[in-house]
Design a protein around this ligand. Sequence first.
Ligand SMILES: *Cc1c(COP(=O)(O)O)cnc(C)c1O
Length: 270
Amino acid sequence: MTDLSLNYSESRSSELYENYITTLQQLEKECSVNSRSSEDVLLLCVSKLKPASDIQALYDKGIRHFGENYVQELISKSEVLPKDIKWHFIGGLQTNKCKDLANKVENLYCVETIDSLKKLKKLNEQRCKYVEGLGQGSDAASSEKHTITVNIQINTSGEEQKSGLSDESEFFQMIDFFGSPECKYVKLNGLMTIGSWDVSHSETEENKDFAALVSWKSKLLSYYNKKGHTNVAPVKLSMGMSSDYIQAIKQGSNEIRVGTSIFGTRPVKN
Ligand SMILES: *Cc1c(COP(=O)(O)O)cnc(C)c1O
């Protein structure tokens, strides 16, 4: 069980903040080299298996976006930590866990690992039930507050064991669902991928998985175009981790998910 105490030492706090700032400076440098605005790339702190006090320490420095991989761990942490944290769920998700995410994490900001229409519908349905249960009515303000943003996770490597969607027709069905009246409490934020290990550790210039995610984004934009959708929100790309975020920024990432470089190595999950 993860440590849920919120007390941290000054030395741990400085260590974490220095790591965060170092990573942020790398991010800014890479953006400037590539003529991108650093405001277009979010540094998501991946705190899985780390104590709640580490999150509190960074929170106290003004950081709000944190990523977690395990449903129960996220629920427990969200119960004790401040309610204006923007939680990202980035772990493998089973359909039957969508209910807990929707019901037990009020400040859930983004679920990044939705890889089927079934899970998307489930998350929306369960969030609807949760909001109904709160009895706060369905005005626009309440809808905005409770809406969960979603990244569709794409399997860009073609590796069987990797999660993520690879079926185009299901992908477009999901896109259509976001535009349907039934879709009330989820909205599309963007696309996400986990690059394969081989690719991220090779010396070649371009990362094939990241390039593949960019091409899925193009497919999506032409689909919008074909359907005559104007005024659609920008499609963001979540790609890049500690080992490959520099390359990911080069290839157009809008969110890098960094754990080890900020928090240090993780304990083994038991
Ligand atoms: C753990 C994890 C990360 C962070 O990985 P690091 O290598 O520690 O930076 C990023 N994305 C996902 C999906 C993860 O599971």
